[in-house]
Design a protein around this ligand. Structure first.
Ligand SMILES: [Zn+2]
Length: 157
């Protein structure tokens, strides 16, 4: 299984060394221990345990100088996660997003169907498929001033 995201484990691996950490979605996993190591024609496999006590298998393709993450052990949760980026949204950005809003599901039940995330995607110029938001405060509908639940706004045409 090839790995979609950046697994910049340990470029320039040498025969007697071992991987010390790998990075995934900008998070660094420190390797506490190489529990096992075996050789296959296509790669050297390292079964490692991180400092957080998780177990992963990291194949290293020597000819390509490329690490990947094998499914199995605790890798499933990492492989299941498509690399979501969490963006903290402060009050300033919330205000700018509110300016894009005309009404909400409370005051316009039939017209409000734009998820607030979509509005934030545009205001913050983020890629909708990989971005989640952490809001510092709730956005309010400028029409009725009720806080939105996040899925229920309408925009002016
Ligand atoms: Zn409203």
């Amino acid at each position: 299984m090839s790995f979609p995201s950046s697994l910049n484990a340990y470029s320039g691996y040498k025969a007697n060394e071992r991987p010390s950490e790998f990075m995934l979605d900008e998070y660094t996993y420190e390797i506490a221990e190489v529990a096992d190591r075996w050789y296959e024609p296509e790669a050297i496999y390292f079964r490692v345990r991180t400092t957080e006590g998780k177990r992963y298998i990291l194949p290293y393709d020597e000819s390509e100088d490329e690490w990947s993450l094998q499914s199995g052990f605790d890798a499933e949760e990492l492989l299941a996660r498509p690399g979501i980026r969490l963006v903290t949204v402060d009050a300033d950005v919330i205000r700018r997003a509110e300016e894009e809003i005309e009404s909400c599901e409370h005051c316009n039940p039939d017209g409000a169907e734009i998820p607030f995330d979509n509005i934030l995607d545009r205001v913050t110029c983020s890629d909708p498929s990989v971005t989640d938001y952490v809001l510092e405060s709730a956005a309010r509908c400028p029409n009725c001033r009720r806080p939105g639940s996040g899925k229920d706004f309408d925009q002016p045409r």
